[in-house]
Design a protein around this ligand. Structure first.
Ligand code: TXA
Ligand code: MG
Length: 320
């Protein structure tokens, strides 16, 4: 259990320009004082991420949106009231305290109020905005435990707050509200259906031109092993052909699809989307630990959270 002193110490690390890995309800973040250019620069270095890819600024309260953005449309306040704290990042025109280092030179800023007691306590103790990408090396699988962070980033982080495993397990939904039509740039913990129900209109899903957002690259969220997407009935034959090529095979499938396919390692996922999301990254980390060469898996139905899960699996499977 974390004490108030642990959180106060972490807040001091941020004030001193250091990096703090902290839990959110989605994944662990690698945090820096959003107004300290050198600290933010270090986040890019530690992650191995190009410095023109923007970072999300985490804030303690929805009302602070006004300190970091400008020309805020009504729908942003409406969605913030409905979904914050929670796994929704709003892309707005930047303003106020937002600096170019955080936005990667773009004219917009991503803002989110995380729903995790430790993240909230840290934000309150620190007092400012915390710029934080997922606390993993660029392109890899996001961390959902403090141990994942430790193993991936280790000593390059000044402090790691252990808040246990993340409840949502995949990243926030990124919703671009900086132009006339709301557009989901990355599906995530808040579903498209829930957003559409709140605003009473359809939202687009896809890429906008000229946005440099690594989560939007075709290859991302990738474990060390290669990932191949298949239909359940194709698994067994593919395990065999991978074996003929001398490869060690991991299979990731839902309990309801479970059948013996002859792989060295089989990891079963729960059947409902919420629990798949919570377990997915842990399962990919586990398969890497088991040193498989290739991970064979299937896609869920793409409704609700299934859209975000399928997005992550496709990006993990994309050519690197
Ligand atoms: O759940 C999450 O969103 C986690 C936790 C720590 O909050 N954070 C996270 O950050 O996933 P990151 O940096 O790994 O992914 C954020 C994505 C990136 O693809 C980034 O480029 C995009 O959001 N993004 C951030 N600001 C943006 C902006 N102004 N315009 C377009 N995309 C932006
Ligand atoms: Mg990330």
């Amino acid at each position: 259990m974390l004490s108030r002193e642990d959180v106060a110490r972490a807040a001091q690390v941020l004030k001193d320009g250091g990096l703090v890995a902290f839990p959110t309800e989605t994944v662990y973040g690698l945090g820096a004082d959003a107004e300290n250019d050198r600290a933010v620069q270090r986040v890019f270095e530690v992650k191995g991420r190009p410095s023109d890819h923007p970072l999300i600024v985490h804030i303690a309260e929805p009302s602070q949106i006004n300190d970091w953005a400008s020309d805020i449309p009504h729908v942003a306040h409406q969605l913030a009231a409905r979904f914050w704290p929670g796994p929704l990042t709003l892309i707005l025109r930047s303003g106020g305290r937002t600096r170019h280092t955080v936005t990667g030179g773009q004219s917009t800023v991503g803002l989110r109020v995380p729903a995790h007691p430790v993240a909230h306590a840290l934000l309150r103790a620190f007092g400012g905005g915390i710029a934080a990408p997922s606390a993993n090396r660029f392109g890899g699988v996001s961390p959902t435990t403090a141990d994942h962070v430790k193993r991936d980033l280790g000593t390059s982080v000044d402090c790691i707050l252990d808040g246990g495993p993340c409840a949502v397990g995949i990243e926030s939904t990124i919703l671009d509200l900086s132009s006339d039509e709301p557009c989901i740039l990355r599906p995530g913990g808040v579903t498209r259906e829930a957003i559409e129900e709140e605003i009473g209109a359809a939202v687009l899903v896809g890429k906008r031109n000229n946005i440099r957002a690594p989560g939007l690259l075709s290859s991302h969220y990738a474990p060390r092993a290669a990932v191949v997407l298949l239909a359940p009935y194709e698994l067994e034959a593919r395990v065999q052909s991978e074996h003929e090529r001398g490869r060690r095979v991991g299979v990731l499938m839902r309990g309801s699809e479970a059948h013996a396919v002859g792989a060295e390692v089989t990891v079963l996922l729960p059947d409902d989307h919420e629990h798949i999301a919570r377990r997915l990254y842990q399962a990919l980390h586990d398969l890497d630990d088991q040193q498989v060469d290739v991970i064979l898996t299937t896609l869920p139905e793409e409704t609700g959270l299934g859209m975000a899960i399928a997005d992550r699996l496709r990006k993990a499977a994309a050519p690197r």
